[in-house]
Each structure stands twice: as C-alpha cells, then as structure tokens.
Design a protein around this ligand. Structure first.
Ligand SMILES: [Zn+2]
Length: 376
C-alpha cells in the first residue's frame, strides 16, 4: 500500500474523540502491523493502543515511532468535502485527521514497514499507535508507558509540524478563580457595591497582557487566556459570585507557583480599585513544559535532513503533545516531526501529500542512522 492509500484508509474510520472508544481503526492497524511485526494491543477504558515491535538484536538502542489515531469530532455542514471521505486535490489530501494526524501516522507506519525489511540493524524499533491524544493522552501514550514500563532511548512523534523539528512544547497550567462581591438588587447600583462581574471582566483583559518576560528564541512567551466566564443568576440581581477559567501555556522558565503569584498580585491590585473582596484561586499544572535542543536525536535528524536536501529548522510553538510523557520519564531524545498541514481541528482540514512521503523518508533514514550496526 502506498502512503496516500493508507492515509485515506485511516481517514475513513470515524475516530472522533470524544467519545474516543471506537475500535475499528486500531483493530485495522493491529492486523496490518501484525503481518510483519510483533503486535500487542493494550486497552484502557475502551481505548485500544497498538504496540508493534521489530527486534533486530538483544542489545542496542530502542527507537520508538509514536502517533495517535484519534481525531477531534467533526460535523460535515461547513466542509467542501465530507470529513470522512478523503479527497486529493491540488496536492493536498482533505479529511478529518488528514493533518492531525492520520497523514503522519500513515508515513510512520510505512517507514516502520520498510525498516522491517532492512538488514544490518541492531536494537529495537517500536511503533506506538495510540488513542486518547485529543483528550489528554492518559489512556493512550501515558497508559502504555505505565503499563509496559517501556522507556525508549529515542522517540519520534509524527504530528504535523510542517517538517520543522519540534524540540520543545510549552506546558499547560489551569487556574480556576471565584470572586465574591456584593449581591443586591440591580436597580440600586447608584449605591456603592463590589461587582464580581466587573472584577472578572477587568481581570480577563489584564491577563491577556501579562508577560513574565520569558520568551525564548523559538518558544513563545507564557500566555494567559480566559476560556470560561460564568456569572449571573437572574435578570434583576447583581450576582454575588463570578467564575473564571484561565488557560495558561507556560515555558520551562515559568512555574506553577510563579503563575499563582502573578495572578494573586493582579487580584490584590484590583482590590485597590474595587474595594476589598474575597476570592478563591486554584492553580494546577496539567502538562509540564520542555525544551531539548541539544540531544543526539536532534543531531541525527539534522544529518538526515541535509542528506535528503532539506533544511532543518527548530520549532517550539503550539499546544501540548504526547511528547511530554516521554520527557517526564526521563527520555531526552524526543522530537516531533511530521508533514505540512492546515486547518488542524477545523473545517477542510488538509495535509500536503508530498510532505507525507518526505516524512516517511525522514523516519526511514533516522531509523537507519540510529539502529544501523555499521557505524563506519
Ligand atoms: Zn495530534
């Protein structure tokens, strides 16, 4: 099968997450990979994770390819084509998951298949085709690592990176805030009172501009965004409470406690303007940030890129990914690299066809360089 056929085949399976517990795509992958590798399936709460292995020798390094088969949900109304009926047009493949990340998954599966036929390799090549990535990865990559104890020496993740070498990711910190003001009749606002809605509104605007001054050369600064604002009980009541959810994406230079201090400082300042008020603030780390640009894997990929006539460029933008789970387990050789995509999670999602093939070549060359027993 070629990479376009396989990518199309994968897109045709509805793997929307939520619910994320569809098994047809994972069953298909397990069958396909079972033709030429040792396959085991690890299921967690209905999510099937496929672990395929090629063992070349008892000793030697372990390289893992990682990709997820789940996608975000879809509704066909605004699409030009149907999200589950893949179409190639003008050099792009359209469909839900084309870019995130069934195109990349097809590339790494075919690279894995090709490496299975190469000679003079040592160590192991693993392929992890996981679910649950779109809802946190705890039943997917996180579960597989805990359940199997697998700790690869090298990890390549086939997410769409526009062929950039993604060497870092910001983390996620979630802050929940409840502000207590004065409850009263809405007709009496000529009296002095503390408004929980006004405080939360001002904070919503303030946090957008918060800048801890931590922007790196390739990583964006820590950002704060209010994503949920809840307030109000009745048309004629000034509500006592208002709630904010603040989504924070942090660099390795900013910690959970730094974020909490920043938010508390802003809240204390607001007391000077609005008068004293009570609040509850709960700040939690949901994903750790990382940035590793000096690993052996990065050097190998730079060599592979030059060999293929490509220019290696480092990147560290975007949201969190399954890469963090490997970093949490002490793996330093973690890089995401995958095809060129557009409209990820959006309508008319697409992946550039040629870049799927380039991804496949990068993965084959990287495996040859890392597992090659001929080091001359
Ligand atoms: Zn993805």
């Amino acid at each position: 099968m070629d990479y376009v056929e396989l990518a199309c085949k994968l897109i045709e399976f509805d793997t929307s997450n939520p619910p994320g517990d569809q098994s047809e795509c994972a069953d298909y992958l397990a069958d396909y990979l079972g033709e030429f590798s040792n396959v085991r399936v690890y299921e967690k709460d209905g999510v099937k994770n496929v672990l395929a292995e090629l063992a070349f020798s008892k000793s030697g390094p372990t390289l893992a390819f990682n990709g997820h088969w789940d996608t975000v949900p879809w509704s066909p109304e605004a699409w030009v084509t149907h999200p589950l009926k893949p179409v190639v047009h003008g050099g792009w493949l359209y469909g839900r998951g084309a870019a995130d990340m069934k195109g990349g998954l097809a590339a790494i599966i075919l690279a894995f298949e090709e490496v299975s036929g190469l000679e003079n390799l040592e160590g192991k090549l693993i392929l992890m085709a996981v679910g649950d990535e779109e809802t946190g990865g705890f039943k997917g990559t996180r579960y597989l690592l805990s359940r199997t104890g697998l700790r690869p020496d090298y990890v390549l993740i086939g997410e769409t990176t526009d062929l950039l070498l993604k060497v870092g990711r910001r983390g996620i910190i979630q802050a929940k805030l409840r502000v207590y003001g004065d409850e009263m009749h809405s007709s009496r606002v000529y009296l002095s009172y503390v408004s929980s809605i006004e405080i939360c509104s001002e904070l919503t605007l303030l946090v957008r501009k918060l800048d801890p001054g931590d922007a790196g050369d390739i990583m964006p600064r820590t950002t704060f965004a209010v994503t949920i604002f809840e307030a109000g009980v009745k048309e004629n009541v000034i509500p006592r409470t208002a709630n904010l959810h603040i989504d924070i994406r942090n660099t390795p230079k900013v910690t959970r406690s730094d974020v909490e201090s920043l938010l508390r400082r802003e809240l204390e300042r607001l007391k000077e303007k609005y008068g004293d008020f009570n609040y509850e603030l709960d700040v939690r780390e949901a994903a750790k940030p990382y940035m590793i640009r000096d690993s052996h894997l990065v050097r190998v990929l730079e060599y592979v890129y030059r060999k293929l006539g490509l220019t290696p460029v480092h990147d560290a933008g975007g949201g969190a990914s399954d890469g963090r789970f490997f970093v949490e387990e002490g793996v330093r050789n973690v890089v995401e690299v995958g095809p060129i995509g557009e409209n990820i999670h959006g309508i008319n999602e697409k992946v550039e066809v040629e870049s799927i093939f380039q991804t496949q070549k990068i993965y084959i060359e990287a495996a040859s360089a890392i597992l090659g027993s001929d080091k001359s």
